[in-house]
Design a protein around this ligand. Sequence first.
Ligand code: TYD
Length: 191
Amino acid sequence: MYVCLEGIDGSGKSTQLEMLGEWLEEYGLEVFRVFEPTQSPPGKLIREILTDSKASTPQYQRILGLLFAADRMILMDKIRDAEKQNKIVISDRSFYSSLAYQDDPEWIQEINRYIQKPDLVILLDVDTRQALSRFEGKDHFENQKFLEGVRKNYLELAQKNNFFVVNANNGVRKVHEDIKIIVSPRIGRCV
Ligand code: TYD
């Protein structure tokens, strides 16, 4: 099974991914953790571009779209291997991040055509002001107006693609409980 946490920057994905991973391991399941962008060469290039003010220009948005798709294509083999070994793949972001963050969804769909999609997507939905208060904006994407747009895109994607939506304005413990309620029936475990 391939489970993905999605959400805007500051929605608490990495904390929740760690808590989810530990909870699954406590139950005796083997877990493979994924963080997009990854540490692959395109992933490293992505991080470099994200800190540059050019990142939001249309040209660099397209360059990023391609690099995210390449990074994901490299990652796919690792996800398949983990699944073959019956590991649960839990991921911080996926192809849906590109749909939420980059322009031109049709083109993003096209360049991600061969990418494996997660079986279960949980959107951590958070107020942008609360999200921004959780970190010092380090990348170019981390400003309120931009994040408002991304949040809106995510909520639309959630409707169209049947994501589970968790209110991530709540405290860390409550969000973790909500995530467990969604995941437990799929792994045959009581909460
Ligand atoms: P992020 O999850 O914040 O990584 P880290 O916690 O290591 O900084 O991802 C970095 C940024 O990349 C974030 O602002 C979201 C953006 N992003 C996209 O624009 N498109 C994508 O496809 C992905 C995976 C991320």
